[in-house]
Design a protein. Structure first.
Length: 402
């Protein structure tokens, strides 16, 4: 793994916007606009390195499924903050019938610097974004700049193939694709539009709408679109914890299709994906697979040995830790406690994970986003940040295999 600098292509902004990346710039607090898509540098990997990472990702995915099974079998939903017994029962039912429910993709965030083993930071298997740039925009960049090179990127082909395989699990009628109108940048809109395109290439009839346009037919007891057509299936880029707790949440639970029900709605991703996008998963993984080389020590009851043994900072001991809210995205609510820091328990439920400072390449902090489609590793997206947390100001950089 190596970071190399280069000159951006002339007219790069118009080029990537034409390829669907309508959010190539990020507005910073000082009002300035800076590239989100950053092709002033790129990363290089060797083929054996990528093949080893693929194996790691697929092993981690298998371990996450084992952890999900453990949560359901041992009724550990409360550790995930799921205390509503009706909701936990529906999630368990969804898990038991997962072979009957369409389920598409997810993204691991990994700590990796090219020298030691990759470490799992978290898994977003419900509403992962940065897909358009990972699947298509960086591929077109490679064809322009490095014709004949390769890339860890079979996302598009695997997504189309997944839709083809799972088409038979969908109920009759069009598959609706929903994003939220609250997305001001257009990232959610374009992610959903891209996934809709892959479904159409698989021969699936689709319709697009926003979550805010979904209506409720009180007489029929069904969700309907803006033309009052029954929504039998819907891909939503809308987190399950919002879907289940919003004002219309009771209707979602009343009509949840957990496999073949009539008058119900099949949501993609399915409800069992809540088990994989919750940070409590990290602690349960460490409990089930202690000492695994691709995991970081993580706990739910406090930082344990990760904190200093004394009562104040500098007392000695403690590797340092990161406190992560169980539900959160783009670094929201994450606090970093340096080595030697005392144990500080947050009021809200958190996962306390060993501090693994992001690899520093020329002052840039790097995290790898490794994609999974169905159960197979499918591609890589790289984000850089100036600070220790990958937040909404992170930049996306392309990569090649040379």
């Amino acid at each position: 793994m190596e970071r190399r600098t280069t000159q951006p292509r002339p007219g790069w902004q118009q080029t990537v916007e034409g390829q669907g990346l309508v959010y190539p710039l990020t507005r910073y607090p000082d009002g300035s606009l800076r590239p989100y898509w950053d092709e002033s540098a790129y990363y290089v990997f060797s083929l054996p390195e990528v093949e080893a990472l693929e194996d790691v990702v697929e092993e981690l995915h298998t371990m996450c499924l084992a952890a999900a099974a453990h949560i359901v079998e041992q009724d550990r939903f409360a550790d995930l903050g799921i205390t509503d017994r009706r909701l936990s029962g529906l999630v368990a039912q969804s898990w038991h019938r997962r072979d009957e429910l369409p389920s598409l993709y997810g993204r691991f965030d990994l700590h990796y610097d090219g020298t030691g083993p990759a470490k799992m930071l978290e898994y977003n298997a419900d509403t992962p974004t940065s897909l358009v740039e990972a699947a298509s925009v960086q591929w077109f960049w490679m064809e322009d700049r490095f014709p004949g090179a390769d890339q860890w990127n079979s996302l598009h082909e695997r997504l189309v193939a997944a839709w083809k395989r799972q088409a038979g699990l969908l109920p009759p009628g069009p598959l609706h694709f929903a994003h939220s109108d609250g997305d001001e940048l257009g990232e959610d809109l374009m992610t959903v539009a891209y996934l809709r395109e892959t479904a159409e290439q698989a021969g699936i009839d689709t319709e697009a709408l926003s979550v805010e346009q979904i209506g409720w037919d009180r007489l029929a007891g069904r969700f309907v679109d803006e033309r009052l057509r029954f929504i039998r299936s819907c891909f939503k880029l809308y987190p399950w914890e919002w879907l289940a707790s919003d004002r219309f949440g009771p209707h979602v639970l009343d009509t949840l299709d957990n496999g073949g029900g009539t008058g119900t709605t099949c949501w993609i991703e399915p409800a069992w994906k809540m088990l994989l996008s919750n940070k409590a998963l990290l602690a349960i993984l460490w409990e089930l697979f202690p000492g695994h080389p691709n995991l970081l020590p993580s706990y739910l009851d406090g930082p344990r040995e990760l904190a200093a043994t004394g009562t104040g900072a500098g007392d000695g001991g403690g590797l340092g830790y990161v406190a992560k809210p169980l539900l959160g995205r783009e670094g929201a609510g994450v606090t970093i406690h340096e080595p030697g820091s005392p144990a500080v328990l947050r009021d809200e439920p958190c996962c306390y994970q060993e501090l693994a400072p992001l690899p520093d390449f020329d002052g840039n902090r790097v995290v790898l986003g490794a994609w999974v489609v169905e159960d197979e590793a499918a591609g890589l997206g790289i984000r850089e940040s100036a600070g220790p947390v990958t937040d909404e100001y992170a930049r996306f950089l392309p990569h090649v295999i040379l």
